[in-house]
Design a protein around this ligand. Structure first.
Ligand SMILES: *Cc1c(COP(=O)(O)O)cnc(C)c1O
Length: 404
């Protein structure tokens, strides 16, 4: 054997007696079969049946198992982004002639996917009032196949009546999917919304942007889909295989590395965000603080129902909230406030170590009225892991310069 050939056909075998708590990182496109007969025998739908790297490796299956545990599900599937998780649920479960219902405060690209691709493929969409179970009930028809829930809603942070909406979907026999990025499997259990009655009420599927808390580093894009239902898991896995949307082991390794600290980081960012949200509520420049854990915020009572318990008397919430600046300020002033923050950087995403700020024009992102919101410019603040006093001082200095 020539030496270059030897570099490829080396005697390496995966170690079997190397016992470390950290999982190995397995990278492969090809998986070798011992015989032609074994190719037909191997079942790629099972997590032991490795056939091709795209369909899963020991590394991806390990993360899938841990995420299923975190979210209280049974099956989990990794995809290349949180948005891909949303898209896979839509593509795997909807057919021509079906209708999907989205809350008006859904994650923007979910609405865009529905308006463009789904619409082109003959799948219609209706938006419902995220604060009204009655409005959702009114819109469910014989064509409704899937209802999306988001708790809380994107940017405006209204916490919906998750119990009422999940119960309604169950009664009407409609699939119910939740974007679980905010709760991250920590703030509440999407598959057991009534913890005192296990199995009584939950959503059918969750999508999770691992890009946020599970990564925690601001350096990975990944998403997951979790369900307890075997039939849905099967449909998703088949669509996933046909779309070719596997994830790379190096990215999975980063999420596996971060996952043991997700609970600590979530709690630290929650505490810091609530402290800053309360401080913002006292500032004369701020007309309204949109954080579901704050009394008076839209949907606070719904948040209390699912996120507070005897074990969590303070409840849990992600470290993200929005403020509505007083309507007397101009758009230029709002933008200057954002530009001149120094700890808070202008950018999308959240759940990483660095605090972020983003500005939104409400009339551009909502179709329905928002009577529960005060008029004014909306600014979203995502709290990282910096010292809270530094973040407060940063908000104060830019408010004093631009919002007086
Ligand atoms: C970020 C986010 C997504 C999309 O995740 P990506 O990995 O950035 O595609 C979806 N839903 C919510 C609520 C998010 O915050």
């Amino acid at each position: 054997m020539k030496r270059p050939t030897h570099l490829i056909h080396h005697p390496y075998q995966a170690p079997t007696a190397f016992e470390a708590p950290q999982p190995g990182v397995f990278k492969a496109s090809t998986v070798i079969f011992p015989s032609v007969a074994s190719i037909a025998q191997r079942d790629w739908m099972q997590k032991t049946g490795y056939t091709y790297g795209l369909h899963g490796t020991p590394t991806t299956f390990t993360l899938e198992e841990r995420l299923a545990t975190l979210e209280g599900g049974k099956h989990c599937l990794l995809v290349p982004s949180g948005l891909a998780a949303i898209a896979h649920i839509n593509l795997a479960l909807l057919s021509q002639g079906d209708e999907v219902l989205l809350p008006d405060n859904a994650y923007g690209p979910n609405k865009a996917l529905a308006a463009h691709e789904l619409n082109r493929w003959g799948i219609t969409t209706q938006h419902y009032d995220p604060m009204s179970v009655a409005d959702l009930a009114h819109r469910i028809s014989a064509r409704t196949k899937l209802v999306w829930l988001e708790a809380p809603g994107s940017v405006t942070m209204e916490f919906p009546d998750l119990l009422g909406m999940a119960q309604l979907c169950r009664e009407r026999g409609v699939l119910c999917a939740l974007d679980n990025t905010w709760g991250a499997g920590l703030a509440f259990n999407a598959f057991d919304l009534l913890p005192e009655q296990p199995g009584a009420l939950g959503v059918d599927l969750t999508a999770h942007a691992l890009t946020k808390y599970p990564s925690g580093g601001g350096d990975v894009l990944m998403g997951s889909i979790t369900t307890r239902r075997d039939d849905l898991a099967q449909a998703l896995k088949l669509t996933h295989m046909r779309l070719g949307t596997g994830v790379g082991a190096n990215d999975v390794e980063l999420v596996l590395r971060s996952l043991p600290t997700v609970d600590l980081r979530y709690r630290a960012q929650d505490a810091a965000a609530r402290e800053l949200a309360r401080w913002c509520a006292e500032q004369p420049a701020v007309a309204q603080v949109l954080h579901p854990a704050l009394p008076g915020a839209p949907g606070h009572d719904h948040w209390t129902r699912v996120c507070m318990s005897a074990q969590e008397p303070q409840g849990l919430a992600a470290g993200i909230f929005s403020i509505v600046l007083d309507a007397r300020f101009t758009t230029e002033q709002a933008h200057a406030f954002c530009n001149d923050l120094t700890c808070f950087k202008l950018g999308y995403s959240w759940g990483g170590p660095m605090s972020l700020v983003m500005t939104y024009q409400l009339n551009a992102i909502r179709r329905m009225g928002t009577p529960h919101l005060r008029a004014g410019h909306v600014v979203r603040l995502c709290i990282g892991l910096e010292d809270v006093a530094d973040l407060r001082a940063d908000l104060l200095q830019s408010m004093q310069r631009h919002l007086r």
